[in-house]
Design a protein around this ligand. Structure first.
Ligand code: F6R
Length: 610
């Protein structure tokens, strides 16, 4: 969580810093701050609230200088107020630091530094770093060495930037477990927690790896490890353009990202779907396909929405590839003692590629000699770089905190992997062609569902004031029920639960009355009759039913209170269509309740702490 930016160059730093923080606001938005070096001293503006509050403060108290760092915070230690906001300084205001991550041994370090005369102003663990580096400088180390020596004492994680009043010509960035990217400009350089702030400034970036420290000047970047070994880093080119990170006329990123799905799904399959051969081509897996094909079992690990996509991966891979698959929450997987080894392949799914639990699960799997494949959206992210091979989503930047287009692209990538492996192991050419053609048609079907959004907006009005929702689905649409419920609760703060429809009788049915709307995904698959019985059971208890059904299903209109239709598709692709109305329902309910859908309370887009 939290976002960092930094600038050094020939221009005023404030425009880049504020603009960059705005683009990183999705990572954290409870407090925010800047430190700017004016050539002789460091000046700081910080405040509780969002970037707009910092903008206001900076209008009232202008800062000038061509070197600066900034931070947008998602609180871990200490409540969100202006004292706990970053940047933090030591005793003397000589250094300013911004930090993402957690310093686990901060209590111990704080005691030691307090004994040496340091006085702490905030409740944060991060402030300790400013005092630690300052203490090292008091003891005669130069800035770089003071930071390096200090980081060697720290237990925990950090993405970090430091400026010092003795050094108007440089800042320091460091990384351990929390991403940090350097942008290379012409006579100016940048840092940020991800590459979004660089768009429109530079396409050339360097990703810091764990345990690396960079000294960034306006005309040079040098990187070494915290063990003092020089590292030669490569420069990568990012291909995101400004349009992709703008709202383009939509009121919210979330709506833009929902509406983009026909295009993002086309991008995910582009060049990868071989219609004639009825299979898929995935360059990222080509060299490692054998280990997947001959695995005794596959474990898919992820968190949140990505975990829901993983469940769909389990259903598809078991049905069409015939390899046993288990799906694990990364947060559980990393702390138990899972049975792994070279006969088990792990697939990690993550939109951001930075989720701390997923990253830790990957490391554990590799330690235990399993091959690990990644399915990520963010190019160059930690997970993309720490896995043995993988597939990118190509969904473009997802900025709304609630994941939408990444989910459908994750499911599509899992479908492509299933098709590729299935065609080698068991699927016939005819079956492969049928699946490939049906997958190819999905974006067009998504367009059809999106055209119906006015009806969903209307339904949202009728249900915006309820307190609880139940979501039911079977088979491939059980994970969709979970995902639909998650979307609603995270952006509208309405309590919602997803269940396999048949499980309703084992408990949740007790909750059903006229105040409990039930969303039932009732498409024409082989459990259709069963789900109709579930609808009857809900109606018998006066529950109101919103059904997601296939076009042409007139029978269901007699049973459900509302019906939202989606086109027919092969059952395994149906989640790509049934999830769309649920995303829209959550969106419209949330905006009717005046919720901030792009930045819901307590959430951050990239969960880089446990
Ligand atoms: C829900 C949501 C989260 C993420 C989860 C994992 O809308 O966005 O549940 O899915 O935090 O994030 P990634 O996929 O970045 O690892």
């Amino acid at each position: 969580m939290c976002g960092i930016v930094g600038y050094i160059g020939k221009n005023a730093s404030i425009p880049f810093l504020l603009n960059g923080l705005k683009r990183l606001e999705y990572r954290g938005y409870d407090s925010v701050g800047l430190a700017v070096h004016d050539g002789s001293k460091i000046q700081i503006n910080k405040t509780a609230g969002r970037i707009a509050a910092l903008q206001d403060l900076t209008n009232r108290h202008p800062l000038s200088g061509c070197l600066g760092i900034g931070h947008t915070r998602w609180a871990t230690h200490g409540e969100p107020n202006s004292i706990n906001a970053h940047p933090h300084t030591g005793n003397k205001n000589m250094l300013a630091i911004v930090h993402n991550g957690i310093i686990e041994n901060f209590d111990l370090l704080k005691k030691e530094l307090s004994a040496k005369g340091h006085t702490f102003k905030s409740d944060t663990d991060s402030e300790i770093l400013a005092h630690l580096f300052e203490e090292n400088m008091n003891n005669g180390f130069d800035l770089v060495e003071a930071v390096r020596q200090g980081l060697n004492l720290v237990k925990g994680t950090y993405g970090l930037a430091v400026i010092c009043d003795h050094h108007p010509d440089m800042f320091i960035a460091a990384r351990l477990g929390s991403p940090m990217v350097i942008g290379h400009g012409n006579g100016e350089n940048y840092i940020a927690s991800d590459a979004a702030p660089f768009i429109g400034y530079t396409k050339d970036v360097t990703y810091l790896d764990d345990g690396e420290i960079a000294v960034v000047k306006n005309d040079s970047v040098t990187v070494k490890t915290i063990d003092d070994q020089v590292v030669n880093k490569s420069i990568h080119i990012i291909d995101t353009d400004l349009k992709q990170i703008e709202k383009e006329g939509y009121s919210h990123y979330m709506l833009k990202e929902i509406m983009e799905q026909p295009q993002t799904l086309r991008n995910t399959t582009r060049g990868r779907l071989l219609l004639e051969e009825g299979t898929a081509k995935l360059g990222g897996l080509e060299n490692d396909i054998e280990s997947l094909l001959y695995s005794r079992r596959i474990i898919i690990t992820a968190c949140g929405t990505s975990w829901h996509a993983a469940l769909l991966g389990e259903y598809m891979l078991e049905e069409l590839v015939g390899i046993p698959v288990e799906v694990e929450y990364a947060s559980e997987f990393r702390y138990r003692n899972p049975i792994l080894g070279d006969d088990t392949t792990v697939i990690a799914i993550s939109q951001s590629g930075e989720t701390a639990d997923t990253l830790a699960a990957i490391r554990e799997a590799r330690r235990k000699r399993s091959k690990v494949f990644g399915i990520c959206n963010v190019v160059g992210s930690s997970i993309a770089r720490e896995t043995d091979a993988g597939v990118y989503l190509h969904a473009g930047p997802e900025i709304g905190v609630a994941s939408t287009k990444a989910f459908t692209s994750q499911v599509t990538v899992l479908t492509l992997i299933t098709l590729l492996l299935g065609r080698i192991r068991s699927i016939s050419t005819a079956q492969g062609r049928d699946l490939a053609q049906n997958l190819q048609a999905i974006p067009q079907h998504v367009e059809t569902v999106l055209k119906n959004r006015k009806q969903i907006e209307q339904i949202a009005k009728e249900f915006q004031n309820v307190k609880n929702f139940l979501y039911l689905g079977r088979g491939y649409n059980f994970p969709v029920a979970l995902e639909g419920a998650l979307k609603l609760k995270e952006i509208s703060y309405i309590h919602a639960e997803g269940y396999p429809a048949a499980e309703m009788k084992h408990g949740p049915i007790a909750l059903i009355d006229e105040n409990m709307p039930v969303v039932v995904i009732a498409i024409k698959d082989n459990t259709y009759d069963k789900i109709i019985s579930n609808i009857e059971e809900v109606k018998a208890r006066k529950g109101r039913v919103i059904a997601i059904a296939n076009e042409g299903d007139t029978e269901i209109a007699n049973k459900a209170d509302k019906v939202i239709y989606v086109p027919h598709s092969r059952e395994m692709f149906s989640p790509l269509l049934t999830i769309i109305p649920l995303q829209l329902l959550a969106y419209y309910i949330a905006i009717n309740r005046n919720c901030d859908v792009d930045q819901p309370r307590n959430l951050a887009k990239s969960v880089t702490v446990e």
